[in-house]
Design a protein around this ligand. Sequence first.
Ligand code: FPP
Ligand code: MG
Length: 328
Amino acid sequence: MKPSLHEALQIDMKQINREIENIVKYDKDVPRTSVLARSVLQLIRSGGKRLRPMLVIAGSRFGSAMPGRRQLQLAAAAEFIHAASLIHDDIIDRSDLRRGTPSLHTQTGVAKAVHIGNYMSARVVELLSVYTSDHDRFVHDLSSLATAQLCIGEYTQLDHTYDYDLSLTQYLEKTRCKTAQLMATCLRVGALSADAQPETAGRLYRFGESLGMAFQIEDDILDFTATAESLGKPAGSDLRRGQVTLPVLYALTDPVLAPHIRAIQADSSEEQLEYVLQGIRSGDALAQSEQMRRHYLQEAEEAAEPLRGHPAYEQLEVLQCYFGGKTA
Ligand code: FPP
Ligand code: MG
């Protein structure tokens, strides 16, 4: 049987999960039995691929220092930031399901979920400032810069809902902010925390950024190709909510389909949506999107190339294989 990503990278997920839970369990201001602590723990335990923590650990293996507790704490912080962003994302997207189970706001109500998400991102800033000394200010890239980019990416996306004149450049920039930068930062911060050379950390950043772009494009493609069961939410959700993703952008160049796409609005009927979904599935848009995904995978490979020969290079090959092999 094919090993899972953490097995292939030889990462102990139990240690990472314990560290993530410790962030809330050892918060002196939040009783463990409180709704807040229990909601965060339930969310953390509900699953997730833990990609971002794995990227921190993989990055740390490019350093000269032995990775240890500090890298686990940074890995846990990365997952906390990501989980907080998903709480907000599900509220914004009005997504009742996450990973096939009711999303947090459907259980707590929107107002409490907003506070839980805010608590989680603020707690990361607090924690990372405790771990950070003057010589490792790069840690703040994770706690503040990456979170700011996530917010900017999401804001841009919201600002362009049902905007069928969105340009490819705008789409790519939004994707970079909302997905690629955090992944890139995870690799870079992991590397710098283990005293990697700045040049190596920079290469890892570019590698992670390209991989992140490919990852989000795949997510966009899956909205058209995957089943509701595997997505954990209804297929076509992005289109329904006015997300002009890459397949939609390409499909808009088809003069026959374009007016039907442009007619999709919040109050469109299921028949209208289904017509457009089928039109996108049967045209060239998905193949063109897949080509763009391949372009970013190629870019990742080129960014990794100068690191060939490094004892940890194999980690990058494993990541390329994992990110590269899915949709095709
Ligand atoms: C998933 O997108 C969402 C993101 C990659 C980032 C969301 C970021 C925010 C809402 C800002 C976060 C704010 C704070 C304070 C942390 P998607 O909807 O394309 O993917 P999905 O299919 O997983 O829902
Ligand atoms: Mg969403």
